[in-house]
Design a protein around this ligand. Structure first.
Ligand code: RFL
Length: 381
């Protein structure tokens, strides 16, 4: 069994397969240091936290289960934990999960092969081979968790199965910063200049977002501009938030989404960002990647241990449907948060936020999907 990519999807699948006695080899193009230091996601869904805990992995800290929306300078608290009947999100940065998973693989002597890029995957229908520069790995199955733009994407495109893609009209400036005290829940500010967000990360680290015009260069952003815009968009809520101290990292997320029409081609299964890209809006990408990995691992366990092909046969349909539901939610949040122009637009958005902040069908549906309670999804996490 071969796995391409030592991100959250590839490592979770390897961990679960190895625990169940199925041998596998992970190839990763980057070095261990690069993989361990990549700070991206931080918010874990309830269903994913539960699943990882069940597989002996730490889950970080639980949030209080509320998100704040700031609209026309009014702060509206959405207590999604209460509205969903007790489901919440957890804060645990992606790079810490990756480190925990690598340590678990070290202990069973199955550390990934680092610096080993898969160049191509051949014969996916019968007996797939992962082709690397100095190694050909013949496998019963290959699980491609190679993120966006890897060899699995090329293979699906060549097979006439390209992803459906969408480029959104704005980009997000993304900033990792040290703040004076830990952030609890996410804060989403809708302002006529554009969206600003504050997301919790471990300890006193937080991630800030600012909506910016699509395609703009990163270099034009000075630290003072970032601080000023963030404070302006947060309005009267800004002084209530933990003060920004040092800015550690600034980047731009090009806002696009994509998804493959299928998640399996013969003996090649695909999982995570390799199968679908999400914008960071709903903080769902890593969660969906782990849900894919869990499903792939359990389908393969049924096959290897019980000779049962049923779960594998349904893998693609389940993963495509989970991705569709998650993209629908992320797209809905993106439409809510992005502000094209004008106060009339903002008051319409405020009414939407007020409708999800109170008990009722809209509030409960939002709360379950935001917390990732697993309700309504046919999957393994
Ligand atoms: P990854 O993490 O990209 O890992 C893929 C791995 O494959 C390797 N690779 C190859 N290895 C061998 N041969 C090749 N040819 C290879 N090509 C690639 C790569 O080096 C890499 O190690 O994909 P995976 O595992 O599917 O995980 C997906 C998540 O990383 C991603 O969805 C999240 O980070 C998205 N995301 C968030 N998700 C959440 O659930 N909650 C969040 O709060 C959240 N915040 C974010 C985010 C993504 C962000 N950025 C940078 C886009 C915040 C940001 C800013």
């Amino acid at each position: 069994m071969g796995i391409i990519g030592a991100g959250p999807a590839g490592l979770v699948a390897a961990h679960v397969l190895l625990r169940s006695g199925i041998d596998c080899c992970v190839v990763e193009r980057n070095t261990r240091e690069q993989v361990e230091q990549r700070a991206r996601a931080g918010l874990r869904e309830h269903r994913v936290a539960d699943y990882l805990r069940g597989h002996g992995l730490p889950c970080g800290r639980s949030t209080s289960g509320a998100a704040d929306f700031v609209c026309e300078d009014q702060r509206i608290r959405v207590s999604y934990r209460e509205l969903s009947g007790g489901f919440t999100r957890w804060v645990h940065p992606q790079q810490l999960l990756v480190r925990d998973l690598l340590t678990a693989l070290d202990t069973v002597d199955r550390s990934p092969r680092f610096g080993c890029a898969a160049l191509a995957i051949s014969a996916p229908l019968e007996r797939p081979v992962i082709e690397c520069a100095d190694l050909d790995l013949a496998c019963d199955f290959v699980l491609a968790c190679d993120g966006s733009g890897g060899p699995s994407a090329r293979l699906f495109a060549a097979a006439g199965l390209p992803p459906a893609t969408r480029r959104h009209r704005c980009d997000w400036l993304t900033v990792l910063a040290d703040v004076e005290r830990p952030v609890d829940g996410a804060v989403y500010a809708l302002h006529r200049d554009g969206f600003a967000g504050l997301m919790p990360r471990a300890g006193t680290t937080a991630r800030l977002y600012l909506q910016i015009p699509a395609g703009g260069p990163l270099e034009s952003w000075r630290e003072r501009d970032i601080r000023d815009r963030f404070a302006r968009r947060m309005g009267t809520t800004a002084p209530l938030l933990p003060a920004l101290r040092e800015i550690a990292e600034v980047g731009v997320v090009r806002m696009r989404s994509s998804s493959l029409p299928v998640a399996r081609l013969g003996k090649l299964l695909v999982a995570g960002d390799a199968a679908h890209l999400l914008t960071p809006t709903g903080a769902k990408g890593m969660n969906l990647a782990i849900a894919d990995a869990a499903d792939a691992a359990h389908s393969l366990i049924s096959w290897y241990h019980h000779g049962d092909p049923g779960d594998l046969a349904g893998y693609s349909a389940r993963r495509v449907e989970d991705a569709r539901l998650t993209q629908e939610f992320s797209g809905w949040m993106l439409d809510l948060l992005h502000v094209p122009s004008g106060p009339e637009v903002l008051s319409g958005k405020r009414e939407t936020i007020e409708s999800i902040a109170v008990p009722g069908p809209a509030g409960e549906a939002f709360a379950h999907r935001y917390a990732g309670s697993g309700a309504g999804a046919d999957n393994r996490v």
